[in-house]
Design a protein around this ligand. Structure first.
Ligand SMILES: NC(=O)c1ccc[n+]([C@@H]2O[C@H](COP(=O)([O-])OP(=O)(O)OC[C@H]3O[C@@H](n4cnc5c(N)ncnc54)[C@H](O)[C@@H]3O)[C@@H](O)[C@H]2O)c1
Length: 251
């Protein structure tokens, strides 16, 4: 219960990794706002049944207005945002596409959510975090940005940008005692990825065979890293990208 009294905001928390992060932070004692484009009332209600203090929000991280409302609703309900997990992304719904066939519209959509969305959420929590002289921002990146991978160029570029933003924001926010780190998952069997037959065929076995620990990855494999980076134990760690991928990438 190391996060008792803290408030976490997790984006893209209706399903998959985001929901797993929200559950873990709630189990750690935090108040948790779960925000998602498709709403998060149902998973929030399920967590509330277990006695957790949670709030379900419908929010689009690519919209400045929606992000402002999401942070305001969280502060209204819990009085602060101490921890932001930037997890929302256009991810498991993508199709593997040769880069020559990607449109500018597809690029703009992916960058709008995965990169500009991270900027908007960081900007919106910066003021309340600076006032408290404390905060934790945890960005969810992707091992594909370290390794390169074919047929997802816009997605990989969006996650490479998130890694660069993590380092630069750490420098910009450190003076106010706000840490900014990233977790870089390998290919993980989230609900969304399990429903994407193309991803399963192309990535599952390849991911497992690339690992020092040669097995599938599940959302629960990632939650400890987020919990740690949100905790007081990680107070002097910032600007880091923690690969949680069974030992696939060493950087
Ligand atoms: N699962 C993996 O193998 C893997 C690997 C590396 C990185 N990641 C990253 O981890 C995160 C979660 O992965 P996942 O597999 O659970 O993804 P997913 O695609 O299954 O879920 C993403 C969630 O984000 C929400 N979302 C999408 N656009 C949004 C928007 N504009 N505003 C708010 N919410 C929005 C979706 O509704 C969904 O609930 C993503 O950032 C993804 O890029 C995943």
């Amino acid at each position: 219960m190391g996060l008792m009294g803290k408030t976490a905001l997790v984006t893209g928390a209706a399903t998959g990794l985001g929901l797993a992060f929200a559950k873990r932070l709630a189990a750690d004692g935090a108040n948790v706002a779960l925000a998602d484009l498709k709403g998060a009332d149902e998973p929030a209600a399920a967590l509330a049944k277990h006695g957790h203090r949670v709030l379900g929000l419908r929010a689009d991280v690519s919209s400045d207005e929606s992000v402002t409302a999401m942070v305001a609703a969280t502060v209204d309900r819990f009085g602060a945002v101490d921890i932001l997990v930037n997890n929302a992304a256009v991810s498991s719904t993508l199709k593997l596409t040769p880069f020559e066939e990607l449109t500018v519209g597809e690029w703009q959509h992916v960058l709008g959510v995965n990169t500009i969305g991270v900027f908007l959420c960081c900007r919106a929590v910066a003021l309340p975090m600076r006032k408290k002289k404390s905060g934790r921002i945890i960005n969810i990146a992707s091992g594909t940005a370290f390794k390169g991978a074919p047929f997802l160029l816009h997605y990989i570029a969006s996650k490479g940008a998130v890694m660069s933003m993590t380092r630069s924001l750490a420098r910009e926010l450190g003076g106010d005692n706000i840490t900014v780190n990233a977790v870089s998952p390998g290919y993980t069997l989230s609900e969304g990825n399990l429903a994407n037959a193309q991803f399963l065929a192309a990535q599952r076995d390849a991911a497992v065979s690339s690992r020092a620990l040669p097995r599938d990855a599940y959302p629960d494999d990632l939650v400890g890293a987020v919990s740690f980076l949100a905790s007081d134990d990680a107070a002097f760690i910032t600007g880091q990208i923690l690969a949680v991928d069974g030992g696939s990438v060493y950087h």
